[in-house]
Design a protein around this ligand. Structure first.
Ligand code: AMP
Length: 313
C-alpha cells in the first residue's frame, strides 16, 4: 500500500456574487483554490494551500478548511479586500458571463511557498497569471506531478508566458473552448495532439455535463459527468474536478497511466457534488461515505458487463 501524500494547491480565495436563474446569491465564499482544496481534502489527509485573503475574509471559513485537513500556513493575510467575482448564468446553467472582477488583494499576489511545503510531491496550480504558475514550479523541490489550469484570458492575453508555463508542467486541465483557442484547432482530438507537443505529457479536456477526456501517451480515456436531476450552481465545478483528480493521485501516490484513469472518476464525482448546492455548501457536507456511494454509482453507470461482452460473437 502506498502512503497518502500531500497536495499543494495554489490559487484564488474569493467572494462570489452569483446571479442564478433561481435567484441572486451574494458574498458566497468561492475561489478556485477554495474549491480545489476542499475537494482534495476528502481524499488526501493533507492539502497545503497557498493564496491570499483580505481583512474581510471570514475566519470561520478558514477554520472550516483547516478542520478538513487543509493547512493554511501558505495563506497570506493582506491589507485590503478579498478578490471578488460576479457572474450571471443563463437559464440552462450551461453558459455564464463575468459581470465584474475586482482583483483587490489578488492584484499583488506573488505566491510564496513556505519552507514546509517545498517538498510537496503533487502540485495543482489554479488559474493565475502563467508567469506566477511558472514561478511556483521553480519554488517546489522535484515534484512528482504538476498540474495546471488556465483560462481564455491568459491564452489570448499572455501567449508567451503561457507557452513557457506549459514547458514546466506535466498535466494541463482545461475546458473544450480553451483547448480550441489554445491550439487554434476545432477538432478536440487533433487539438489535444497539438497541445501535448507544447510541454505537458498529459492533458485533460473538461466538457461540463458531457464528461471529460484524458489524453496521454496511451491515447484517450473518457469519463462521463454524473447524471444529476438537479444542478443548482456550476461555479467551481472545474476546480473541484481538478482537486478531486489530484487529491486521488496524491492519496494513492500513483501517477501511472492506470492511476490517472482511476483518478478521472474521483474528479468527476467531486465535480458532481460541487454543483448540487450553492458555493461550497455541498462540498462541506460530503463525507467519505457519500463519496464511496457516488463512486459505486459511477461504476454502475459505465458497467457494460466487462471484457469481451461488447464483441460481436
Ligand atoms: P470555475 O467555475 O471552476 O471556473 O471557478 C469559479 C471560481 O473561480 C469562482 O469561485 C471565482 O471566484 C474564481 N475566479 C473567477 N475569475 C477568476 C480569475 N480571473 N482569477 C482567479 N480566480 C477566478
Amino acid at each position: 500500500m502506498s502512503h497518502p501524500q500531500p497536495l499543494l494547491c495554489v490559487g484564488s480565495l474569493a467572494f462570489d456574487d452569483l446571479e442564478m436563474p433561481s435567484g441572486t446569491f451574494e458574498n458566497v465564499v468561492g475561489g478556485a483554490a477554495t474549491y480545489s482544496s476542499l475537494a482534495a481534502s476528502l481524499l488526501t489527509s493533507r492539502v497545503n494551500l497557498v493564496g491570499v485573503v483580505g481583512e474581510d475574509f471570514d475566519p470561520a471559513t478558514l477554520s472550516k478548511l483547516s478542520s478538513r485537513g487543509v493547512d493554511l500556513e501558505g495563506v497570506e493575510h493582506a491589507k485590503g479586500k478579498t478578490f471578488r467575482w460576479r457572474g450571471r448564468y443563463a437559464a440552462d446553467l450551461m453558459t455564464r458571463e463575468t459581470l465584474d472582477t475586482q482583483l483587490n488583494v489578488f492584484a499583488d499576489f506573488q505566491p510564496k511557498i513556505p519552507a514546509s511545503y517545498k517538498r510537496t510531491p503533487y502540485v495543482l496550480l489554479g488559474n493565475i497569471h502563467p508567469s506566477l504558475q511558472t514561478d511556483v514550479v521553480g519554488q517546489v523541490d522535484k515534484p512528482k506531478l504538476v498540474a495546471a489550469d488556465t483560462m481564455n484570458f491568459w491564452i489570448s492575453g499572455q501567449p508567451g508566458p503561457l507557452a513557457e508555463m506549459l514547458k514546466k508542467i506535466d498535466l494541463l486541465i482545461i475546458n473544450d473552448e480553451e483547448a480550441r483557442e489554445l491550439s487554434g484547432i476545432q477538432n478536440l482530438t487533433k487539438a489535444a495532439r497539438d497541445i501535448l507537443k507544447r510541454g505537458p505529457s498529459r492533458l485533460i479536456i473538461k466538457r461540463g455535463e458531457f464528461g471529460a477526456l484524458l489524453f496521454d501517451a496511451g491515447g484517450a480515456f473518457f469519463v462521463p459527468a454524473y447524471p444529476l436531476e438537479e444542478v443548482r450552481d456550476p461555479t467551481g465545478a472545474g476546480d473541484s474536478f481538478a482537486g478531486g483528480f489530484m487529491g486521488y493521485v496524491a492519496r494513492t501516490d500513483d501517477a501511472s497511466p492506470a492511476g490517472l484513469r482511476r483518478a478521472m472518476f474521483y474528479a468527476s464525482a467531486l465535480g458532481s457534488f460541487c454543483v448540487e448546492d450553492i458555493g461550497t455548501r455541498r462540498l462541506l457536507e460530503v463525507d467519505s461515505r457519500a463519496l464511496a456511494e457516488r463512486i459505486a454509482s459511477f461504476v454502475r453507470l459505465v458497467d457494460y458487463g466487462g471484457g469481451a461482452s461488447l464483441q460481436l460473437g
